[in-house]
Design a protein around this ligand. Structure first.
Ligand SMILES: [Zn+2]
Length: 394
């Protein structure tokens, strides 16, 4: 006897779900192919013009989408068309062990302002500085811009409530709630994400090439991080810990890592490892030499610097064989300062990748991403927009 009302509730739910799906479909089509006319949207989506009109009117009313002549785009494009509203902005912060980069970016991944500060030893000071920066920015651009939220990338993993860092061996910060005080002080939603995962989102959302359905992003800096995009989805694993290849031991009884284990991959293939090799090969301390300096020394012909970089490349490539053999990605994006010297790293990595590709499989394409340190920050835009655009579809 309950059948009619049950049917009605299922139908009601289903029609909401269909509307939400269509809304995300149109938003993503506009995002990736803007500017577009309503006729273009109908052709690309397969939806009826009446359905498109309803959704587009809602998107315009909610100020997600603008419709009209496109003043700033090249001639020859659609005279009157739909595009995302660039006055919707996202505030991003990329927290690293040495520095914090903060930026205000629009929905298309373009940054309006960027500022970098040294990372305070106390995370509570970092929170205060970030909140102060957000207040100054919003005071400067209000009321023209609408802030969609704050995205923060971290060199580690957050707890299941997405509030505090629970695994960040290189940060040396005590565990504190990063999300709640920033959200309360600014009034904006705050989303935290692992830096390598943010780079995956950045690659998938803002790449000009066709997105891969199986992509691994490897970030090489003080440590080694990896973000996994498998079968068209960000793979998080249990407790969000998937991708910690940097802390998988690759030698037995190796040196102690900051994570408490011995012989982790990042002890051999990271920027810090290269600096350690340089000290070992020269037999003296070089506390003032940065990884960037080391790359420059190699370019100037310093034989020990070249040797140190070669050693790092060898171990980085060796560890990547785990990823190639275990996950069989179509593409591996490598992010970090090392991409500036890809002529030294690329051939060693390509050879290892090829040697690990099984018979019958295709070797992944390894691509160095020259992103001026902005991939993580750009990832914060995708991170915050996910709630409206859903997981990226490929
Ligand atoms: Zn470790």
């Amino acid at each position: 006897m309950n059948q009619p009302s049950e049917t009605k509730s299922i139908l009601g739910h289903s029609s909401d779900a269909v509307r939400a799906f269509n809304r995300r479909l149109l938003l993503n089509l506009i995002r990736t192919s803007q500017p577009l006319s309503r006729a273009d949207l109908s052709r690309l989506s397969g939806l009826q013009r009446s359905t498109i009109s309803l959704i587009v009117e809602e998107l315009i009313q909610k100020q997600w989408v603008l419709e009209g002549p496109v003043a700033k785009l090249p001639r020859g494009r659609h005279p009157a068309s739909l595009r995302l509203n660039e006055d919707r902005v996202i505030i991003g912060a990329d927290i690293r062990p040495a520095q914090i980069t903060m930026g205000v970016g629009d929905v298309n991944g373009k940054f309006l302002t960027i500022e970098t500060i040294p990372t305070p030893k106390d995370p509570r000071i970092a929170i205060q500085q970030l909140v102060g920066w957000v207040h100054r920015q919003t005071a400067a651009f209000a009321p023209e811009k609408m802030v969609e939220g704050i995205g923060i990338t971290l060199p580690g993993r957050t707890d299941s409530g997405n509030r505090e860092l629970v695994f960040a061996p290189n940060m040396h910060w005590p565990a504190v709630d990063l999300q709640t005080p920033i959200a309360e002080a600014t009034g904006y939603d705050v989303v935290l994400e692992n830096a390598a995962n943010a780079c995956v989102l950045s690659s998938v959302w803002f790449s000009s090439s066709t997105p891969a359905r199986n992509l691994v992003v490897i970030t090489v800096s003080e440590g080694i991080g990896s973000g996994l995009y498998l079968n068209g989805q960000l793979a998080r694993g249990a407790c969000g810990m998937a991708g910690e290849f940097g802390h998988v031991p690759i030698t037995v009884d190796g040196p102690l890592c900051s994570c408490g284990r011995h012989g982790c991959w990042e002890l051999y293939g990271s920027n810090r490892a290269a600096l350690r090799y340089y000290e070992e090969f020269t037999g003296s301390k070089h506390t003032d030499v940065t990884f960037s300096d080391l790359l420059a020394k190699a370019d100037e012909g310093d034989a020990k610097a070249i040797q140190a970089i070669h050693e790092m490349a060898k171990w980085l490539a060796f560890g990547m064989r785990m990823i190639v053999g275990g996950l069989a990605p179509e593409r591996i994006n490598v992010i970090g300062e090392l991409t500036r010297s890809w002529g030294r790293f690329g051939p060693i990595i390509d050879e290892a990748v090829l040697n690990q590709t099984s018979t019958g499989g295709a070797p992944p394409v390894v691509i160095p991403i020259h992103e001026d340190g902005l991939a993580r920050l750009r990832g914060t835009i995708a991170l915050v927009l996910q709630k409206d655009f859903a997981e990226p579809m490929t």
